[in-house]
Design a protein around this ligand. Structure first.
Ligand SMILES: NC(=O)C1=CN([C@@H]2O[C@H](COP(=O)(O)OP(=O)(O)OC[C@H]3O[C@@H](n4cnc5c(N)ncnc54)[C@H](OP(=O)(O)O)[C@@H]3O)[C@@H](O)[C@H]2O)C=CC1
Ligand SMILES: O=C1O[C@H](COP(=O)(O)O)[C@@H](O)[C@H](O)[C@H]1O
Length: 518
């Protein structure tokens, strides 16, 4: 089935038209959530769909089908989901009324035939209308091949394929454990569906500041010329969570922090930050540039890596105290990796990734640290007063640039201050969509810009696989760090060795500046 014409207008255009892009069109949309009884479906997929429904972004003609192995009635499924929906009771009920449940296995044909029957029943009154079938796989990737085969064989017979009809599949990470397993999975899925029908979610691409990246980078003339090794000393991409595995240790232990967030989320951030300007904003032009950049990444070296695992501290249990974690596990819950990009723009600039669980705070930020002036007339102290562009993805989105200014007052003293764009302060109550809302809407619109293409995935795995294999083979052991700390001190040493200079004197919003000189 070919891809039809899609509404590709940006969300802002929809907002201007009172968000009615999809209400106005004739799309008959069915969203099939496979794994409907699971955690992801109830916590993320259905709530995101509900918000889109409540805000008027989904077509009037919408039906949702939950599919899973558990024996559930429609109302059992509604009860599972209900508590996670945010909105008034009437709208919640209207949404739930559109959800039916189909029980079936993930292998064999029978379940998928039942699903197809439900879809045919739903679509039969809309002969000639554009039909959309969005299959959302909220499932472990181990069953993707069999589920995709079941869908391909049994659920692609859309009878009334009006102009603009489509069928798409949204799939969730992890996409493999290393380069080979990821390629195996991609081959299996690629035999069933072409790339245009596969939407690989990396939910970080749906976050507001990630969506802002191409605008920030390529629409600001002051930034573009300095975005280069001549001016930038180092870049840090940092992910911190204040909680540990909390019973999810069984899952986490198989993967570790590098596979969990670095190879995917942080690498996507790196690609958008470091890539060249795409020829256009089309999904493939953007992804072509990301791939070019990712292919220029040198494989991460063990020497450029610090690993950690958290231990009990205060009332926080250690990683090994989680009963779902295998005894004596060496899986890293923290990692700092210095990455190198082998291209003309970035040669010699360390790209530092740092990620950890059970740390001192919740924070995801990018810190672009500039070089000091080449010939300072303000003394050596300027070396420590680096310009830094900080993009804070969460919590509380912010973009700020640290600049050196004269301290207000009679003395001639240099201090670091900031040009500050705090989203809350600047944009007030403007609604910032959840990443899943944005990405599901994109999938319905047929916009693959913020989904991971197969060759991106391959290049990202190629950069991490040698390191991951070395860790799996026991060539590096994690250092212990107390839960609630900033991670192993060796990480700061590695980061400093890579060239990051921490400005010890920067104080955010110091009360005594400007001072009272009366
Ligand atoms: N718009 C806004 O909301 C703004 C807020 N601020 C706030 O001001 C505060 C200071 O700002 P900022 O300079 O950006 O951030 P920090 O001073 O918190 O951190 C600067 C960098 O230094 C690292 N670091 C922190 N402690 C050490 C240490 N002991 N040794 C080595 N490295 C260290 C941090 O890494 P790590 O994260 O791993 O600790 C981070 O990469 C922050 O809380 C920030 O949120 C500032 C400007 C604008
Ligand atoms: O993919 C994952 O991301 C979450 C963090 O996502 P966020 O949107 O809350 O920042 C992380 O907790 C989880 O371990 C990982 O699998």
């Amino acid at each position: 089935m070919g891809e039809g014409e899609q509404d590709r207008r940006p969300m802002s255009a929809c907002v201007m038209e009172e968000k009615k892009c999809f209400i106005a069109n004739k799309l008959v949309l069915s969203v099939i959530v496979l794994g409907a009884s699971g955690d992801l479906a109830k916590k993320k997929t259905f709530p995101a769909l509900f918000t889109l429904f409540r805000k008027g972004f989904l077509p009037k003609n919408l039906k949702l089908i939950g599919y899973a192995r558990s024996k559930l009635s429609n109302s059992d499924l509604h009860e599972k989901i209900k508590g996670y929906l945010k909105g008034d009771d009437k709208t919640k009920q209207e949404f739930l009324d559109r959800i039916t449940y189909v029980q079936g296995q993930y292998d064999g044909d029978e379940g998928f035939q039942g699903l197809e029957k439900a879809l045919q029943e739903r679509e039969k009154d809309f002969q000639g209308a554009p039909l959309g079938r969005l299959f959302y796989l909220a499932l472990p990737p181990s069953v993707y091949p069999q589920v995709c085969a079941g869908i391909k064989k049994n659920c692609t017979h859309m009878n009334s394929t009006g102009k603009g009809s489509w069928l798409r599949l949204v799939i969730e990470k992890p996409f493999g454990m290393d380069l080979k397993s990821s390629e195996d999975l991609a081959n299996k899925l690629g035999e069933l569906f072409p790339e245009e029908q596969l939407y690989r979610i990396d939910h970080y691409l749906g976050k507001e500041l990630m969506q802002n990246m191409l605008v920030l980078r390529f629409a600001n003339q002051f930034l573009s010329p300095t975005w280069h090794r001549n001016f930038i000393s180092n870049v840090q991409i940092c992910f911190k969570e204040p909680f540990g595995t909390e019973g999810r240790g069984g899952y986490f232990d198989e993967f570790g922090i590098i596979r969990d967030v670095m190879q995917n989320h942080l690498t996507q951030i790196l690609a958008l930050l470091a890539m060249e300007q795409p020829v256009t904003l089309s999904a493939d032009d953007i992804r072509d540039e990301k791939v070019r950049l990712l292919r220029a990444l040198s494989p991460v070296a063990l020497d450029d890596t610090v690993l950690g695992q958290y231990t009990a501290a205060g009332d926080q249990p250690g990683y090994l105290d989680d009963e779902t974690v295998p005894k004596g596990s060496k899986t890293p819950t923290f990692a700092t990796c210095v990455m190198r990009i082998h291209n003309e723009r970035w040669a010699g600039v360390p790209w530092i990734m740092k990620a950890g669980k059970a740390l001192n705070e919740r924070k995801v930020e990018i810190r672009v640290q500039y070089k000091p002036p080449a010939a300072s007339i303000h003394g050596d102290v300027i070396n420590e007063m680096r310009n830094e562009l900080v993009l804070r993805l969460q919590p509380d989105e912010a973009i700020y640039m640290k600049i050196v200014v004269k301290k207000p007052g009679l003395e001639m003293e240099s201090i670091v201050s900031e040009l500050d764009l705090s989203y809350k302060q600047r944009y007030g109550d403007t609604y910032i969509p959840d990443a899943y809302e944005r990405l599901i809407l994109d999938a319905i619109r047929g916009d693959q810009q913020h989904f991971v293409r197969r060759d991106e995935l391959r290049a990202a795995w190629a950069a991490f696989t040698p390191l991951l294999h070395a860790i799996d083979n026991g060539e590096a052991e994690p250092m212990q760090y107390p839960a609630g700390s900033r991670g192993p001190p060796a990480s700061d040493i590695l980061v400093a060795k890579a060239g990051f200079v921490k400005n010890a004197n920067y104080i955010w919003k110091r009360e005594d500046v400007p001072g009272d000189i009366s």
